[in-house]
Write a protein that binds this ligand. Structure first.
Ligand code: ACO
Length: 451
């Protein structure tokens, strides 16, 4: 027979007696002070299951305890083997590979394969993969006609989200999400067609004819051609810019359970097809606190105007008047490794395009901010969006197209997250609980009798 062990309440120093066997399993011991009951809850991978709280009741008709976690500050919604982030150390890995190595040595399409299938492709696998994506870059002419209906000054993200969603109407087979081959086909279609939709959004805004894909070019080369080709027969690519865009796409390809990945999973969990799920994820990305931040950074830097005005702007941030866009992150509490790498790309791009005057304002902003108590205590560092927009602008992309570029790259991550969700036996329709704080029952009063 085992005895009891005395344990100390870490919060108030009070002691409790707990049966010894409860302490042996490496679990969490919970004492419900409402009724004195003790529970042993298993800890796995540093996580306890929220459903283990449901057994903690104070009466038979009590629903049981729930956890309350607005904005998922401390809740894991899935098991994932795709992307690893250590926010304190500033580490990012896709399927175990450090982001720096992938940015240095890999290509966006290879990284997309890695994210979606879990390992780097062999030469043959990669050739087949690239071939299939390249051969799904054409858009149905109806999509083009749909896009022609947008206002000339429509925001590119509004056009992008609607056009991606509309693909669902062209590919009804996408509803068969449990069919491996059909899932594969939609993955090719989505990765293939995103750059074409993005380029059409731009051409539409400019009043320029749409440029059809050129399958002899690389993924980013073809995208640049569809964006910027004019009357020449073949678009003349600058290899530095083509490569820089490819690296930027790698850096943006996935970021575990961020706001838009969570939307992709949440919509996908209702077994909606991947086109509408991805349209919803793009909508989440559009917000200024997420992927829309790159556009906001440019507006902010333009508003600041010169290096001399930076200190005054930082003062406004500290007084809570404005946020420093492109700074701060829910997970990174150290330098965002992507932002570090993007600074290096900027130098290479500027050698081709000429130096952007905004980079000096951004560098000064970072220098001053990182010395300030406000940013140090809150662990606010530049994130991926702080420098990316400056590079995109130097390459000739209009400011409001930046988030569309982000969406092309993140399509790889969204698809990886979606496929993992579909294959995860433990997942069900995503449906959070709430803490109801509204009125109790009350009777309806007819309008003429209301005061
Ligand atoms: N500028 C000024 N203060 C900030 C900033 C910022 N950019 N970010 C956070 N803070 C402050 C908050 O005011 C808060 O201060 P307080 O404790 O005195 O109230 C504290 O830091 C914590 O901020 P939260 O908003 O609680 O942090 P959260 O994790 O919810 O937000 C977010 C993360 C949304 C990224 C936030 O840092 C932000 O708004 N940044 C600017 C927008 C941006 O760059 N977004 C892109 C993120 S990367 C991506 O999605 C691709």
């Amino acid at each position: 027979m085992s005895g009891t062990k005395t344990i100390i309440d870490a919060q108030n120093g009070k002691t409790f007696e707990v049966p010894e066997e409860m302490l042996q399993s490496g679990s969490l011991i919970i004492i419900d002070s409402r009724n004195g009951k003790k529970y042993s809850v298993p800890v796995t991978n540093g996580t306890i299951r929220a459903m283990d709280f449901r057994q903690m009741k104070i009466s038979d008709d009590d629903f049981g305890l729930m956890t309350y976690d607005p904005a998922f500050l401390n809740t894991a919604s899935c098991r994932s083997a795709i992307t690893f982030i250590d926010g304190d150390k500033g580490l990012l890995r896709y399927r175990g590979y450090p982001i720096e190595q992938l940015a240095e040595k890999s290509s966006f399409l290879e990284v997309a394969y890695l994210l979606i299938y879990g390992s780097l492709p062999t030469k043959t696998e990669f050739e087949e993969w690239s071939h299939n994506i390249v051969h799904h870059t054409m858009l149905h002419e109806n999509t083009k006609k749909l896009m022609e209906g947008f206002n000339r000054d429509a925001h590119p993200m509004g056009m992008f989200i609607s056009s991606v969603g509309a693909l669902s109407s062209l590919y009804p087979d996408a509803k068969n999400i449990f069919d491996k081959d059909l899932r594969q086909l939609q993955i090719y279609r989505l990765l293939g067609k995103m750059p074409t939709i993005a380029a059409y959004c731009y051409r539409h805004r400019q009043g320029l004819p749409y440029v059809y894909p050129d399958n002899t070019l690389s993924y980013t080369g073809n995208f640049l051609s569809m964006m910027f080709k004019m009357t020449e027969l073949k678009y003349k690519l600058n290899p530095v810019l083509e490569h820089a865009l490819d690296v930027l796409f790698i850096l943006h390809a996935d970021h575990e359970q961020n706001c838009s990945a969570n939307v992709m999973r949440s919509v996908g969990s209702s077994q909606a097809d991947p086109f509408v799920s991805l349209a919803a994820a793009s909508a989440a990305l559009y917000g200024p606190l997420h992927g829309g931040a790159n556009e906001q950074v440019l507006h902010m830097l333009n508003d600041i105007g010169s290096k001399e005005n930076v200190a005054a702007y930082v003062k406004r941030v500290k007084e809570g008047e404005v946020r420093l866009m492109g700074f701060g992150h829910r997970v990174y509490k150290n330098y965002d490794p992507r932002a570090k790498y993007i600074k290096e790309i900027a130098d290479k791009v500027f050698e081709v395009t000429g130096r952007s005057r905004l980079i000096d304002i951004a560098l000064e902003l970072e220098r001053i901010a990182l010395q300030e108590e406000y940013f140090i205590t809150r662990k606010l560092y530049p994130n991926v969006d702080f420098y990316s927009g400056i590079i995109y602008q130097a390459m000739g992309f209009p400011t409001d197209a930046f988030t569309v570029l982000f969406a092309i790259a993140r399509t790889a991550g969204w698809l990886a997250q979606w496929q993992e969700l579909i294959l995860d036996q433990e997942q069900k329709i995503s449906r959070p609980r709430q803490m109801y704080v509204g009125e109790g029952k009350r009777d309806y009063i007819e309008v003429k009798k209301r005061e």
